[in-house]
Design a protein around this ligand. Structure first.
Ligand SMILES: Nc1ncnc2c1ncn2[C@@H]1O[C@H](COP(=O)(O)OP(=O)(O)OP(=O)(O)O)[C@@H](O)[C@H]1O
Length: 330
């Protein structure tokens, strides 16, 4: 079976700017621009970046909730033949949505408060496997047990549960169709730190138990460090660095990755990196992505004229793919 469960090539997602001054404009927001990567079967692939860097849009393109402006997304499921998701029609997508499932950030708003647990978790089983009655209750009970919840809660409503329990319900719902790939979009961001750790541990256990591959989207590098095998760092719609987790954390190559890492609290001062680089100041620029420059140049402590005037090529430095004119030199 192919080692790659997902292969993304040249993916772009542009949203038209509409309304107000942009009513007649052809201007677009380049939320994702020319992104390429592969996800290996069984791994946890992290996607990190600040708010607005395009992580959620990328996840929604992979789920095909959005139709990308350009690029390809090949998914190799149980059938072993890669399926092109971008051009798949609705009926093919419906079957693929059993293999690729999503866990959302906010368990409060992603679970319908008017539906009992059996419906929330079992809804897709009613549709895809035509389960009902005792068969449905048994399957949902098993899923609840898998995520550490008691089967007795079948007829309770989301409002009766804590944030962590609600996220377990969200995970049970994602697992209901026995998926191969789970896209977790900020799945633990809304939870307290101790509940975050429990949820991450649960997700790791489930990954082993059910041979899952995860795409784990987060703005928090500490979370990614805990769970991911490889990490893609996004900035303004582009992947600026992609590397094995250890390499990324021990030897970050892109100035933006370094800036992100410096924002992560280090409990033991002896573990701080010996040579601290200056943190890129400011926020993501509001003007959007420029195709003729390095996106990070306005915030980068190392920026030179070339960074402001030409888009950097992707360079391979050690095991990392880095989008920086000076990758390997700084
Ligand atoms: N439907 C849309 N229409 C127009 N612009 C959009 C749309 N969805 C996202 N964007 C824009 O695309 C860019 C990337 O947004 P996205 O939500 O993907 O980023 P993100 O990294 O996931 O941020 P966050 O963590 O805040 O969700 C932002 O500038 C956002 O305003």
């Amino acid at each position: 079976m192919s080692d790659k469960i997902l292969e993304v090539n040249g993916l772009s997602m542009h949203f038209p700017l509409s309304g107000g001054a942009f009513r007649k404009s052809t201007a677009v927001v380049r939320a994702v621009e020319n992104v390429s990567f592969a996800v290996h079967r069984g791994e946890t692939f992290g996607v990190v970046g600040e708010s607005g860097s395009g992580k959620t849009t990328l996840g929604r393109c992979i789920m095909r909730i959005l139709t990308p402006t350009a690029g390809t997304i090949q998914f190799t499921g149980k059938a072993q033949e890669p399926v092109e998701l971008v051009t798949s029609d609705d009926s093919l997508l419906r079957s693929i949505w059993r293999d690729i499932r999503m866990v959302f950030q906010d368990p409060q708003s992603s679970l319908n408060p008017r539906l009992p647990v059996i419906e929330i978790v079992g809804q897709c089983l009613r549709k895809s496997e035509k389960l009902s009655g005792k068969a449905l209750a048994d399957r949902v009970s098993m899923l609840l047990t898998n995520v550490g919840l008691r089967p007795e809660i079948l007829h309770r409503y989301p409002g009766a549960f804590s944030g962590g329990q609600r996220q377990r319900l969200g995970i049970a719902r994602a697992l209901a169709t026995n998926p191969q790939l789970v896209v977790a979009d900020e799945a633990v961001s809304a939870l307290d730190v101790s509940i975050q750790a429990q949820t991450l541990n649960l997700m790791q256990d489930l990954q082993e138990q059910f041979d899952l591959t995860y795409i784990f989207i987060a703005h928090d590098l500490a979370v990614v460090e805990h769970i991911c095998d490889r990490v893609a760092v996004m900035y303004l719609g582009q992947i600026v660095e992609l590397a094995e987790k250890d390499e990324l954390f021990n030897s970050p190559k892109h100035p933006y990755t370094r800036a992100l890492l410096q924002a992560v609290p280090v409990p033991d001062p002896r573990k701080r990196p010996a040579k601290r680089v200056r943190r890129g100041s400011g926020e993501i620029p509001s003007g959007g992505l420029r195709l003729d420059a390095c996106q990070f140049a306005p915030r980068c402590p190392h920026a030179q004229d070339i960074c402001r005037n030409s888009s950097p090529p992707e360079k391979q430095v050690g095991g990392a793919a880095v989008l920086c004119h000076f990758a390997g030199d700084i």
